[in-house]
Design a protein around this ligand. Structure first.
Ligand code: ZN
Ligand code: FE
Length: 254
């Protein structure tokens, strides 16, 4: 079985859009729809026909292009029930524990709520890749708009448990700013220091830092390192360390 192909491209201010294509069947899924016009152009350039939209969560920079793309292509919308808040209800509602298919490629749906309720990620176990929306970023995580710390920490632990070499496709290029916060929280981490230098070089060249790998995130992302940082933060529980880090990031002036 040929591995699925991914096309990643920048959209809006700092979003990435992703097209995943199965060369065997020709099926193509857009992971979120930040900008319908940009996605249609990319489909055209690739010579791919859109068969499905897979949404991670209901925010406008993730589902705002659903209606226009569906009208233009007839694509089926698959996502959490909350997508209906933007006016285009999913054709198929999925939640953690479900799976979706792109041709013969199976993606497991992971519940990663916290940034929003109902936020999901899509994990292609065979292809070693996961599309995580705004649940996890390179060196960061989404703001906790709708969930609570216990829920969001459980979501991050679920992602952290994926195999080390899993490519993580995050929906925003926030890495350089996240690196400044990570260094402030975890200054003595040599792996983080080296990574921060590499990020500076990539961004100076205008290159993306996405996808990342979950093994690298586990070693350097301060949110995934909450258990290692809890003594420094003066708390006893992992979840409290996560909550404290999230609170500090919300107020960080880097
Ligand atoms: Zn969002
Ligand atoms: Fe977003």
């Amino acid at each position: 079985m040929l591995a699925p192909l991914v096309r990643q491209f920048p959209c809006l201010d700092d979003n990435y859009a992703f097209l995943v294509h199965d060369p065997q069947t020709g099926e193509t899924a857009a992971i979120d729809t930040p900008d319908a016009d940009a996605i249609l152009k990319e489909l055209d350039a690739a010579g791919w026909r859109l068969s499905a939209i897979w949404n991670t969560h209901w925010h406008a920079d993730h589902a705002g292009g659903n209606a226009a793309l569906k009208a233009a292509t007839g694509a089926q919308i698959i996502g959490p029930a909350e997508i209906a808040r933007l006016g285009s209800a999913p054709d198929v509602i999925v939640a953690g524990g479900d799976h979706v298919l792109l041709g013969a490629h199976r993606a497991e749906v992971l519940a990663v709520g916290g940034h929003t309720l109902g936020h999901i990620a899509f994990h292609f176990r065979e292809a070693h890749m996961a599309f995580v929306g705004d649940a996890l970023f390179a060196l960061g995580c989404g703001r906790m708009f709708e969930g609570d710390p216990a829920q969001m920490w459980a979501s991050l632990e679920r992602l952290a448990a994926l195999p080390d070499d899993t490519a993580i496709y995050c929906a925003h290029e926030y890495t350089a700013a996240n690196a400044r916060f990570a260094l402030a929280m975890d200054a003595d981490n040599p792996t983080l220091q080296a990574r921060a230098e590499a990020i500076t070089k990539l961004r100076a060249l205008g290159l993306p830092t996405i996808p990342t790998r979950i093994g690298l995130e586990r070693a350097t992302n301060p949110f995934l390192r909450a258990p290692a940082l809890k003594a420094k933060l003066g708390v006893a529980q992992d979840v409290d360390a996560f909550a404290e880090l999230r609170r500090r990031k919300d107020h960080f002036k880097g």
